[in-house]
Ligand binder design. Structure first.
Ligand code: DAK
Length: 259
């Protein structure tokens, strides 16, 4: 697929989306958001793709929503921009495929929010995270006030959002914003290995695990446990459950069919 501001390639079972507006540090303008929307639809529709990686070209992952585009928005346009971004990020979050952010550099504002809409964040030592919106006279608009406290806790999220402080990868690891930190040249290998490990599991089980965890993060534990029981039951209608358990008993490699 051809895009202006992103690239989308397939490597075996992995789909890799790269934000590719390095001159603007991959800032998210509405055109880029619409391209991401199209790419996420394509990722969802492609049954061969079992895991997704999002990364950025150059020294940024994403340096935020595009300030030059946002500067002169009126109330209605601001709301529309926020709705578009949230729609795209929710699509990613609910895609039913695991998504890993390979955070290569600046992940600020909408960039930090994009990384948080992914399931797992792996950072390069060069990555920097923050929600600098309050210094621009706005609130985070692509879910930062909701996802950051869920990830790092309320107090830490409030400190980061109220101050606009930018933290390095080491601090992001300490507060639980990223899973691990690696050298820049190891980042894509590390993330691809992780993506391939996930892609080797039963895809429907992974999809249902993601759905159960996402749902459980939003509701009380009894509702979450009831949902888990539901999806656990659903697994027994899949070929891959039979294959996974039969392969274990027969002491052979399993061969999942995503069915
Ligand atoms: N938007 C547009 N252009 C950006 C940009 C951004 N967020 N970040 C960087 N750029 C551009 C710079 O303007 C510069 O362009 P030229 O001057 O070369 O034309 C180019 O990228 C290189 O940037 P720098 O020269 O500044 O590079 P440095 O290495 O010196 O500094 C930096 C890197 C990341 C520290 C710095 O660029 C920076 O502070 N950038 C802004 C970071 C930021 O504040 N990000 C948060 C943006 S606000 C909402 C929807 C969404 C949002 C809010 C509400 N609703 C509608 C409800 C989200 C808001 C945000 O994300």
């Amino acid at each position: 697929m051809e895009f202006k501001n992103i690239t989308f390639v397939k490597e075996g079972k992995i789909g890799i989306v790269t934000l590719n507006r390095p001159k603007a540090l991959n800032a998210l303008n509405s055109e880029t958001l619409r391209e991401l929307d199209t790419a996420f639809d394509a990722l969802y529709a492609d049954k061969e793709i079992l895991a997704v990686i999002i990364t950025g070209e150059g020294k940024a992952f994403v340096a935020g929503a595009d300030i030059s585009e946002m500067k002169d928005l009126n109330t209605i346009e601001g709301r529309e921009f926020g709705i578009l971004g949230n729609k795209v990020f929710r699509k990613l979050e609910n895609m039913g495929k695991p998504v890993i952010a390979a955070v290569n550099g600046f992940a600020l504002g909408g960039g930090c929010e994009l990384s948080m809409a992914c399931d797992i964040r792996i950072a390069s030592v060069k990555a920097k995270f923050g929600q600098p919106e309050s210094g621009l006279g706005i609130t985070p608009g692509f879910g930062g006030t909701q996802r950051l406290p869920r990830l790092v806790g309320e107090g830490m999220a409030k400190e980061l959002i109220f101050t606009g402080k930018i933290v390095d990868a080491k601090e992001a690891l300490r507060i639980g914003l990223v899973n691990r930190v690696v050298e820049p040249e190891q980042l894509m290998d590390e993330v691809k290995n992780l993506a391939n490990t996930i892609a080797a599991q039963a895809p429907i089980a992974v999809k249902l695990c993601k759905a159960a965890i996402n749902k459980g993060m939003q509701c009380d534990i009894d509702t979450g446990i009831a949902y888990e029981a539901e999806v656990f039951g659903q697994c027994f209608s899949t070929d891959d459950q039979k294959e996974g358990m039969t392969a274990f008993i027969e002491k052979r490699d399993k061969c999942f069919k995503n069915s």
